[in-house]
Write a protein that binds this ligand. Structure first.
Ligand code: FEO
Length: 397
């Protein structure tokens, strides 16, 4: 069996990256990442879908040559221009001098801007256009802002295969198998939450538009740019992307805190205990100085309750907590039961500034507390009341 074969005429030629520490220079990759590319073989023409990141291009060209018996592909369809997928374009053009790049107007502009390619190499397509490979019809769907403005999806009409770009992708390299039928998928799900919320999270309304646009298609395989090819788990994958892009939550509460000497941490721990005492079972507590931002963002998206605490630091929010709040504001987080707690030694600032973020994000603060120096009975009572008010406001039980 050729493990690269998705169907007889559609093959996987992506590569794994287990070397890069941080995706986009920001997001840790404990399980690596795959850059997915595919070959579609028609009776007359052959097309590649996307390329790979430049550091992995040597393996990629080798895979393409071996799966095409060294017959140069005719088209390179560029669904997405972020360089983790477009980095291989100059090498593809150099290896296959007659290949044409298929993309929309914005794709072409970006290929020129990034890689200085001349006009003769392009075929421009618009929403709904088709390209016939001979018994394989590629239909193009424009899906802007999933995750860049030029993003589009390509659908193989005869086979029901959707090449979805970043949509339905996940962090995590492939470990042998390519489709979900060939592997245990369990560990990918948490990475999918982290991938979506960190990379695509800001663009929920555009994901919804893309889901609406592709809702009527019969889809047997989803081939995204990262992670497994989905077949058995299509329903689960689409449901996760649908829920997250609607900013819908699961039962649970995320507590994010910063603490220099343990006093604000003590309040976070007490709130956690008080929530548990009220029957909240799924509680994720993050010390913002230690947890990577990407995990905090993923949990904040995922769970309904969000409680953020910060000491006052030079009359501001403690920097790692502020970074988290900026990430929430950037991603236009919605539908949260939000509470805040602050602390100070001689002048209070963090508590008020956390509420200013909430106001900017149009999120109601269901309760807040502010602590001077360290916890006493009054603070413990306030923490208990805050937990009570958050637990009462949760709708996902
Ligand atoms: Fe994997 Fe938006 O690129």
């Amino acid at each position: 069996m050729n493990i690269r074969e998705i169907t007889k005429d559609v093959l996987y030629v992506g590569v794994n990256d287990r070397n890069t520490d941080r995706f986009e220079g920001l997001w840790p990759l404990p399980f690596g990442v795959s850059y997915n590319s595919y070959i579609i073989k028609g009776a007359e023409k052959t097309a590649l879908i996307d390329t790979v990141e430049i550091g992995t291009v040597r393996d990629y060209i080798h895979f393409v040559n071996s799966e095409t018996d060294n017959k140069a592909p005719d088209y390179l369809v560029v669904n997405h221009m972020e360089p983790d997928h477009s980095g291989g374009i100059p090498v593809v053009l150099a290896n296959y001098p007659a290949i044409k790049i298929v993309g929309n107007r914005q794709t072409i502009s970006m290929v020129k801007g990034f890689y200085h390619v001349d006009d003769s190499r392009f075929i421009e397509v618009k929403d709904g256009d088709v390209l016939d490979l001979g018994g394989k019809t590629l239909k193009f769907y424009m899906t802007p802002m999933v995750h860049w403005p030029e993003t589009m999806m390509t659908y193989v009409v005869e086979d029901g295969i959707l090449f979805s770009g970043d949509a339905f992708g996940t962090f995590g390299a492939l470990n042998g198998g390519v489709t979900d039928t060939e592997m245990e998928t369990g560990w990918y799900w948490d990475e999918m939450y982290r991938y979506y919320t960190n990379i695509v999270g800001k663009y929920g309304k555009f994901v919804q538009k893309a889901l609406e646009k592709t809702a009527g298609l019969e889809i047997k395989y989803i081939c995204s740019t990262h992670g497994p090819v989905w077949h058995d788990e299509i329903g689960k994958v689409v449901a996760i992307y649908d829920r997250l892009s609607r900013y819908e939550s699961e039962p649970g509460v995320t507590i994010i805190y910063g603490s220099m000497y343990g006093n604000t941490a003590e309040v976070a721990e007490e709130i956690g205990r008080q929530l548990a005492a009220r029957g909240v079972k799924n509680i994720k507590i993050h010390n913002a100085s230690k947890s990577n931002l990407s995990y905090m963002i993923a949990d904040a998206f995922r769970y309904e309750g969000l409680i953020v605490g910060s000491p006052t630091y030079s009359m501001h929010i403690f920097p790692p907590v502020e970074q988290f709040m900026i990430a929430m504001e950037t991603r236009e987080i919605k539908n949260k039961v939000l509470a805040t707690f602050g602390s100070f030694t001689w002048a209070s600032a963090a508590s008020g500034k956390l509420k200013e973020y909430a106001e900017k994000m149009k999120l109601e603060v269901v309760d807040s507390l502010d602590m001077k120096q360290s916890a006493d009975e009054t603070v413990y009572e306030a923490a208990s009341r805050l937990a009570e008010n958050v637990a009462a406001a949760l709708k996902c039980k």
